[in-house]
Design a protein around this ligand. Structure first.
Ligand code: LMR
Length: 396
């Protein structure tokens, strides 16, 4: 039976890891996958995570199953982190958050939830969106369609076109948004624009599905939750897929959560049972380690404040790199305007290169970007930024 299968080409993002690892060039740079790196090129374990892990190690007494809800303290803490401790959404018990294996796990559970609730639902996502969104929704038999978002010519938001397209959406439509640090283009609506988008969702009745993978990487942990909270205040229903991969640097521990905001507390309780049903038939029971760590951090004032300092440091480093990169590009005499890199946020931006230029960067300089020319800004450091600029100059 397995003989009928043929090879599938590597994933556009994950394939870069393998190609970069096999490259013998000592100057090689991996600007592919979205992981934070420090000045030495490492992805360190956060100090808050180390301390919480030690506490977990000394207090954990069993490895028995957790049950479908997982680490309940984690679920509750994520509820408050995302929706706000004082919010009506949390105090009115309209939201249920359940841990999932990473943000991808959350998206998949959310997609299955949508399919179960309304099999003919249509899912709309920004053009462009994270390369894995389409495959995740299509795995749940929900085809994904694009709405205008990124102005490739000006490296900016196509706000009016987006609003005009979303004006056509209504009940039965699910619209995927990136709450902050848009992946891949680094361009987000401002607060005023989020107000207009969330008003439109409430008026027209389409359901927002928010991908919250970079909480804290745009303006701050509280600030980056604002868009989600606006939708939760205005719309009767909302789904959120959140991730602790980046902001807690817990990538390989696979820590994420799916949150369902419903019309009232009873409906939210019903929907939680459906989430448990969906996860039971998929991975049965959730893992404990990563969510245990986040639970400890978010329930300790001291560790929370240490964690917030660490998130701020990661955000500041990325923003600093964005400025340095633009300065070095200008200093190298490259005439094309790359100043948009400074205005964008989060790990990612498009360089705006052709596939041919991306291929040359890879083959002639061992500089690896996604084919779309998306780069991970967090991969730059004092030791590689000038070599990158040299490569960029060489291909444009
Ligand atoms: C990325 O876009 O690089 C990250 O979200 C990691 C991934 O799994 O693709």
């Amino acid at each position: 039976m397995l003989d009928r299968l043929t090879a599938i080409p590597p994933d556009p993002i994950l394939g870069i890891i393998t190609a970069h690892a096999a490259d013998p060039n000592p100057n090689k740079i991996d600007l592919g996958i979205g992981v934070y790196r420090d000045e030495k090129g490492n992805t360190p374990i956060l100090e808050s995570v180390r301390q919480a892990e030690q506490i977990l190690d000394t207090t954990q007494t069993t490895k028995s199953y957790l049950g479908p809800r997982g680490v309940v303290g984690f679920n509750n803490a994520m509820n408050e982190l995302i929706f706000g401790k004082q919010s009506d959404t949390v105090s009115g018990n309209r939201v249920r958050t359940v841990q999932t294996p990473g943000g991808t796990g959350a998206l998949r559970v959310a997609a299955e939830l949508i399919k179960k609730a309304q099999p003919e639902a249509r899912v709309w996502a920004s053009d462009p969106t994270w390369a894995n969104h389409g495959p995740i929704f299509s795995a749940a038999e929900l085809p994904m369609e694009p709405y205008p978002y990124f102005d490739r010519e000006n490296s900016a938001l196509l706000f009016d076109d987006m609003m005009a397209a979303l004006q056509q959406r209504g009940p039965g439509d699910v619209v995927v948004f990136h709450a902050c640090c848009h992946n891949p283009c680094g361009v987000s609506p401002d607060l005023e624009q989020w107000e207009a988008i969330s008003d439109l969702a409430a008026e027209n009745g389409f359901m927002p599905m928010i991908d919250l993978a970079y909480l804290g990487f745009e303006r701050g942990v509280e600030e980056d939750a604002q868009a989600v909270r606006m939708f939760a205040r205005k719309c009767p229903e909302l789904l959120v897929a959140s991730s602790c991969s980046k902001n807690f640097a817990l990538y390989r521990e696979r820590v994420g959560a799916v949150s369902a905001v419903c019309t009232d507390s009873e409906k939210a309780a019903d929907v939680e049972t459906v989430i448990h049903h969906l996860t039971r038939r998929n991975y049965s029971m959730p893992p404990a380690h990563g969510t245990g760590i986040v639970d400890i951090i978010l329930h300790s004032e001291e560790l929370t404040s240490l964690w917030l300092t660490e998130v701020t440091a990661m955000r500041n480093r990325i923003n600093g790199l964005r400025k340095t990169l633009v300065e070095r590009i200008e200093a190298a005499g490259i005439e094309r305007d790359f100043s948009f890199l400074k205005r964008q946020t989060g790990m990612f931006s498009f360089l705006g290169l052709s596939v041919e230029q991306v291929r040359r960067l890879r083959e002639e300089y061992s500089i690896y970007t996604v084919d779309s020319s998306r780069i991970n800004i967090a991969s730059f450091n004092g030791g590689n930024i000038d070599y990158f600029v040299e490569g960029l100059k060489g291909v444009i």
